[in-house]
Design a protein around this ligand. Sequence first.
Ligand code: SAM
Ligand code: NAG
Ligand code: NAG
Length: 200
Amino acid sequence: MSRPVLDPQYGMHVWPCAVVLAQYIWFHRRLVCGKRILEVGAGVSLPGIVAAKCGAQVILSDNAEFPQCLDNCQRSCQMNNLSGVRIIGLTWGHVSPCLLTLAPVDLILGSDVFFEPEDFEDIISTVHYLMEKNPHAQFWTTYQVRSANWSIEGLLYKWGMESTCVPLQSFEANKEQLAWSSLPGMYTIQMMVISKKIKD
Ligand SMILES: C[S@@+](CC[C@H](N)C(=O)[O-])C[C@H]1O[C@@H](n2cnc3c(N)ncnc32)[C@H](O)[C@@H]1O
Ligand SMILES: *[C@@H]1O[C@H](CO)[C@@H](O)[C@H](O)[C@H]1NC(C)=O
Ligand SMILES: *[C@@H]1O[C@H](CO)[C@@H](O)[C@H](O)[C@H]1NC(C)=O
């Protein structure tokens, strides 16, 4: 299979999904203010940075085995004059001491984390673990449609979660150009809010 421009494993530049998720956060900035937020697979961390600027208490994370991505999170904070943001190594599907001791969060952010189907269940199991700590936590994620059959619906059902697809026009993200970025226009991006399924 041919890869897009850069290997998506590589959290070294801002992905189109990040701009869309950042726009969603900005649109809901009053709600985000004061919330405890964890961004997973953060890379350059645009959504987490915007959330921190909106007054959220933010923790950025990326693969514990990719120190260069964690350095990136650090640099993004420095460049944006954010000193109160914690950065941790958090590898999807790994129950590390860092994950075990993490205080409950209200929101989990994940921009373009669903790109490798092999990783989907690891991401969802990590989110599930975080939702055990706080059953009211929501997972806000943007997904770039790269293949029609890459679906997480079955996994969400298995892990007792449900998702709502948020139309891009509802937060003014259905544009070819968002803020200063012309990235989103070229791709099909979906915004989803995932939560623990309420048992009847
Ligand atoms: C396509 S990039 C998206 C980066 C950033 N969220 C954005 O949208 O600009 C995917 C990110 O997931 C991270 N990642 C890949 N595999 C991971 C894993 N097993 N655990 C945690 N993070 C991982 C990569 O390091 C990278 O930062
Ligand atoms: C960060 O702070 C420096 C020094 O006060 C300032 O020059 C710079 O414009 C700030 N950067 C941002 C992104 O706010
Ligand atoms: C999706 O479809 C392609 C081509 O039909 C196939 O090679 C791939 O294995 C499928 N992926 C999944 C996750 O079912």
